[in-house]
Design a protein around this ligand. Structure first.
Ligand SMILES: [Zn+2]
Length: 169
């Protein structure tokens, strides 16, 4: 089922999410809905808080469903390693219409459970490393805007506030 994606300013997006304790049927439905919602958006990643669910779950597919085997569903992901530096343009389904250049480590190793509760390790560099960090940030209540410095962030926040006041957000 498609779920509405909440936007910047929605309380749950700015609060840390809770660890998943049970790999039960509701979790399977949540993950299926997140995958469907990510593909429909379309986007390369989606975190549960973006559909109003405060759990540490995210999905990533750099091919947006075009290539098999690239879909990742991560439960309770954690960084094991982070190194290097990349500087690329980044956007977010919860901040439509805005993007910014965000500095991030270039390579990460993440430990997570898959949807069945089996622990696995994912290593990524470049875009995959960026997507993993962007989605795990969501689980900590952090958006890419929070990674920007002063004026760059203020300009975007001011524009969003204006849209909110006009009822266009
Ligand atoms: Zn995002």
């Amino acid at each position: 089922m498609l779920r509405p994606i909440v936007r910047y300013g929605s309380h749950g997006l700015h609060a840390p999410a809770t660890r998943v304790a049970a790999f039960d049927a509701p979790l399977q439905t949540l993950i299926d809905d997140m995958i469907e919602t990510m593909y429909a958006a379309p986007g390369i990643g989606l975190a549960a808080p973006q559909i109003g669910v405060p759990l540490r779950v995210c999905v990533i597919d750099l091919s947006v469903g075009k290539r098999g085997g690239e879909l990742l569903a991560l439960v309770n992901p954690e960084f094991i390693e982070r190194d290097g530096m990349q500087l690329e343009e980044e956007g977010c389904l919860s901040i439509p219409g805005f993007s910014a250049t965000v500095p991030r480590p270039n390579r990460v190793v993440v430990k997570a459970s898959d949807r069945d509760g089996n622990e696995r390790t994912i290593e990524g560099s470049g875009l995959l490393a960026r997507a993993l960090q962007h989605e795990i940030d969501h689980l900590d209540g952090r958006l890419f805007l929070d990674r920007l410095r002063g004026i760059k962030r203020d300009i975007i926040v001011r524009k969003i506030k204006k849209l909110q006041r006009g009822g266009k957000w």
